[in-house]
Ligand binder design. Structure first.
Ligand SMILES: NC(=O)c1ccc[n+]([C@@H]2O[C@H](COP(=O)([O-])OP(=O)(O)OC[C@H]3O[C@@H](n4cnc5c(N)ncnc54)[C@H](O)[C@@H]3O)[C@@H](O)[C@H]2O)c1
Length: 428
């Protein structure tokens, strides 16, 4: 435990009730996580992480908690904190902290100083492995705890924004230990970013506002993996989808998918709901707010709260008030009200009613995280400092566990087919 920053238990009045409630949430999630269940059996009996110390900065809610518990059951000691001040569930954090091998510093709603102190607390614990969602830990290790670099075996990164940061650090020659880009592997990105972000963002926005999608103009900022999921699910709810993109090929993909494509400046005039999914900053700014209709909803599903420029919005507003839980109305001089959800933080995790991605989706992502941590422990020496793709056999291992759990059988290549596919000698 850190000497300078207290764990969750010291922030709560009724620790026992919180632990019970957190446990209940974790048990419900685990029932629907066949991949983590299968890995639990393996990790509990073989203890592949014995002697490891894992620092984690992730969204501390029930699904992540099952990953944390899995790593602890595999023999590791774990110190965890949140990767977003609004996504922590305090009860789950307390349930985790009840383990002998786990200390949780995650507390919902901490200010910026508390957020960074909690990150430092996980590093004060001298980790041998880091598991990040957004790269805050790797950054802090290199900036403030360089002595740890020699003893850290490796790390794993969960999200697109974290992998972008890692890759640019790597290009500058500044990344001093190996990190798996979990985000980029098919078993994560094709499911979590697309279906997870799509389903959970739309569900959260609907629950937070009690409004319908049908017939609305939904403007999706960015047509990457997350944007595709948001667009597809919104279209499935009978919304009219408009895509704003900066990449020509992705703009064309959106067009061929049947969506309207236009610059954000034009979309701003006609949109009813705006959802940003770019990982970039200033996607919606003053010029857009100036032309939006009364009553629009503004939500962000990208990692950081920089996609909707709230400074610009505050500047323009003559009044600001909480219209509903999780909805801040900004009133313009001409009476228009622009409604921001979850303070512009990633809506599917930070809004009061949000539950994050569906459990089944996170089972896959966290299955990949777990096998990556196991791989770093078992074969860490094989990886140089830098960003590494998840080895394909590990990615497939997770897919196969899931298919088996679902009772789904699939075909395999015959020897002749394998030879045919692997040969350049076969022509017409
Ligand atoms: N909400 C969640 O639960 C969740 C889950 C996974 C990833 N993420 C985050 O979502 C973000 C996007 O992830 P992704 O995997 O879709 O990334 P991606 O790189 O596949 O897609 C991002 C898209 O945004 C476009 N873009 C960039 N700047 C733009 C701008 N100014 N205007 C319009 N389009 C712009 C890019 O061209 C790209 O097509 C990242 O921050 C990632 O960390 C969130």
């Amino acid at each position: 435990m850190s000497e300078t920053y207290p764990p969750i238990t010291e922030h709560l009045d009724d620790v026992e009730t919180a632990r019970d409630e957190g446990r209940r949430k974790m048990d419900w999630a685990l029932q629907h996580m066949p991949i983590l269940q299968a890995l639990r059996e393996e990790f509990e009996s073989e203890k592949p992480l014995d002697g490891q110390r894992i620092a984690m900065a992730m969204h501390v809610e029930a699904k992540t908690a099952n990953l944390v518990e899995l790593l602890a059951l595999g023999g590791a000691e774990v110190a965890i904190t949140g990767c977003n001040p609004l996504s922590t569930h305090d009860d789950v954090s307390a349930a985790l902290d009840a383990h002998d091998n786990i200390t949780s510093y995650a507390v919902r709603g901490v200010d910026e100083e508390g957020y960074y102190e909690a990150l430092r607390a996980t590093l004060d614990f001298d980790p041998t492995i880091t598991v990040d969602d957004g790269m805050d830990l790797v950054y802090l290790v290199h900036e403030e705890y360089p002595d740890l670099i020699d003893t850290i075996v490796g790390g794993a990164e969960e999200t697109t924004t974290g992998v972008h940061r890692l890759r640019s650090m790597d290009e500058d020659g500044e990344l001093k230990y190996p990190v798996f880009a979990v985000n980029d592997t098919p078993m994560k990105r094709l499911f979590d970013n697309v279906h997870g972000t799509g389903e959970s963002s739309l569900a959260t926005i609907a629950m937070t506002t009690n409004l319908s999608w049908a017939g609305k103009n939904v403007v999706v900022g960015g047509y990457g993996y997350c944007g595709k999921g948001v667009a597809k699910k919104a279209a499935g709810q009978n919304a009219n989808v408009i895509v704003a993109e900066v990449d020509s090929r992705r703009a064309l993909e959106a067009h061929m998918e049947g969506y309207d494509v236009m610059p954000m400046a034009e979309a701003a005039e006609v949109g009813d709901v705006f959802i940003t999914t770019t990982g970039n900053r200033d996607v919606i700014t003053r010029e857009h707010f100036e032309v939006m209709q009364d009553g629009v909803l503004l939500a962000n599903a990208g990692h950081f709260d920089v996609e909707i420029n709230l400074e610009d919005l505050s500047d323009l507003a003559v009044d600001q008030y909480e219209a509903r839980d999780g909805v801040d109305a900004y009133e313009m001089e001409d009476g228009r009200r622009l409604n921001v959800l979850a303070e512009g933080r990633l809506v599917n995790l930070a809004a009061p009613l949000s539950l994050g991605h569906p459990v089944e989706v996170m089972d896959q992502s966290f299955g990949v995280q777990a096998v990556c941590v196991r791989e770093m422990v078992e074969n860490g020496d094989a990886y140089d400092a830098g960003v590494h793709d998840v080895p394909d056999d590990l990615d497939r291992e997770v897919a196969e566990i899931k298919l088996e759990a679902e009772g789904i059988e699939f075909d395999s290549l015959s020897d002749e087919q394998r030879e045919y596919m692997g040969s350049w000698a076969h022509g017409t």
